[in-house]
Structures are given as C-alpha cells and as structure tokens.
Design a protein around this ligand. Sequence first.
Ligand SMILES: [Zn+2]
Length: 412
Amino acid sequence: MAHFLFFAIIFILVADFGMERYLALLNIKHSKKSLPEILKDIYDTDKYAKQQDYFRTNARFGMLTSTFSFIVTLLMYALGGFGRVDQLVQGYVQNPILTPLVFFGVIFLANDIIGIPFDIYDTFVIEQKFGFNKVTPKIYIFDKLKGYLLTVIIGGGLLALIIWIYTLTPDYFWLLAWAVITVFSLFMTMFYSEIIVPLFNKQTPLPEGELRSEIEKFALSTGFNLTNIFVIDGSKRSTKANAYFSGLGAKKRIVLYDTLMDTMSNEEIVAVLAHEIGHYKHKHTKFNFLISIPSTLVLFFVFGLILKSDAMAQALGGTTASFHLNALAFSILYSPISLILDISTNVLSRKFEYQADAFAAKNGYAEQLKSGLKKLSATTLSNLMPHPLFVFFHYSHPTLFQRISKLTDSQV
Ligand SMILES: [Zn+2]
C-alpha cells in the first residue's frame, strides 16, 4: 500500500507540473495573436511592445520558479526527505502537539527562505524595470517579519488547536476541526479588514470632495452606506490599481486603492464602485462563504480517515502514522480534488463578475466601466489575449474582451 501511495504522490506531482506548464505554454502562444477590434485602443504601439515584454518576462520567470520548486518538491517526496526531517525533529522534541508544530515550522521556514531570492528578483528587478515597484528594502523586510509573526500566531495557534483536537478524539476530529475552521474563517471574513490589513496598509474613509459627492449620490440611490467606503494606500507598494469588496453584514466595506484616483476619472471610479456594490447587492461574499462550508467538511472527513493510515506516513519515508507526515501526504493526494473545486470556484466567480458588471450597467455606468476597465488593464500591462483553457483553469474574472463585449451587449 505504501508503495502504491508513493507512486500516486509522485504521479500527481508530475502530472500537475506537466499540466501547468502546458497551460502556460498555450497562454504564451496565444498572447501573440492580434487583438480584436474592441481592444485595439488600449495600448499604443510602444506600450503594447512593453506589455508583450512584461508578459514574456513574467512567463519566463514563472517557468524558472515553478520548475525549480517542482524539482525541490519532487526530490523531497521521492527521496523520503520529509521522513528525514521528521526523524531530525523527533530527536529534539517528542510531544504529540509540539513535534508536528516544529516539523511544519521547519518546512515552512525552509520553503520560505528558498523562495526569498525569487521574490526579491520579482519585486526589485522585474516590477522595478517596468515601473511598478514602490517597495523599499525597509518595507520588504518589515512585511516579511510581520508575515512571519502572523504565521506563528495565527497559523501556529490554529494548527496547535487542530492537532490538540486530534489527540483528544481521533474519531470525531473531522467534525470538530471543521467547526473550528468554519468559525475561524467566518471571523476572518468579518474582521480581516480591521485586524490584518492595518498591519500592512492605512485605510482611510473616502475624503470630502468632488469624488466623494459623486459617489455619495450613487451610493444613496442604491442604499449602500458611505461610511463603508475606504481608500487604501496601495501606492506604498505598487503603482498598480485595484478595488475590492470584503466583509459580511455590518462589517462590509468597499476598498479603493489610492492609485485608482491617479488613473481614472471620477465617473470611472463611480463605475468601478458600482461594480463592487453589485457584488454586495448580489450577496456574493455570503454565498462564497456558505459554499465553502460543505467543501471544508468533505476535506476534513477525508483528512480524518487518512490521518490513521500508517501507509501514508511510510510513503513519505516515515514508519507509523503521524499527524504531520500524513497531513503532507494528504495535501498531495487531495490536490486533484482541490483542483476540481478551484475550477468550480473560478467558474462561479466569473459568473459573479458578470453579475456585478451588469449591476453597474443597469445603473447607467456601462460606458464608464468599459473605459475604466480598459485603463486598469493598460496601467497594469495585463495580457489581453489569454488562452481560453488557461482562463478556464485560472481566471477568477472573465477576460477584458468578454467583459467589454457583455457590457456592449447590455447597452443595445
Ligand atoms: Zn468584481
């Protein structure tokens, strides 16, 4: 059995890497196609050359990083590396809760440190070269430290709680762990903007002025409370602009990047805001949260079964079932299922984006949303011609071409 599981793990790793690389290649090929008429006014010749350069630079870099990480991961699984880390940790700590915590801590830290050079190259060389980067070495270091601190406190705390539950009751572990994760994610959905975001960014209520009064007019007409609209200092890290909707109930908020104000006209910002209010009106956050509940339940049910198997630990070079080795084996064996879940989530998310766009269009902002989306694409040098299969697997939003076509249809 351990042999079979071992080969299944290796097969899944290789198949996933092969599939992702194939999709990336399709995407690169497709990006060279000539633009459809409705997208031709987004870039001038120079800017389009720059976009193609940016896209290809990122594609090459993605190929390099994913190949590197694939090789390291494959070697760790194929040569029983995790079993060895386990023995090493066992030599120092032998406690049913502490051993898995230290084990995951070591794996997390090693993985993170290996990734740092790639991350630095991406931020300070690629993003810098194309004029996006605003991150200073100081911000980079503080972000990293704050990230570690959060991982230790939140990740470590949650993990300790879940392992503790497992040591108490292996049979009902799945149900209790599911309840803990569900309550935790509800809490995070509600308070993420108030607890986590302020550690990295400043959020301020939309300041008085022309933009605010235009937004006021629109928000009032749709019944959305203005006190829930915030501006975030995204310009601290990048020139790229964005806007998003988060939270539930009284904790709902729309967050606009300050960089949006430099890029767009007031009317276009209101159109983007109308799109975000569309998400709120259609209760998309609530829906996403609700459908995550049964899928987490299935995940923990399967996880609970797998935790008891000695063969799982042996497939990774261990001897008997242990929380951490079995969890690692599970993370790979479950990945085909989570791939299917991810694809379904993306299909649904793209549907939601169309609904939010339609809400903006219904309120008379189709034209402004079109020009706003075009400007967003232009300033982020985004790829206008992704391959349909790549979109199917990875895009949470419809392509710009699809959104503009749909908005144009809604106008006639
Ligand atoms: Zn949206």
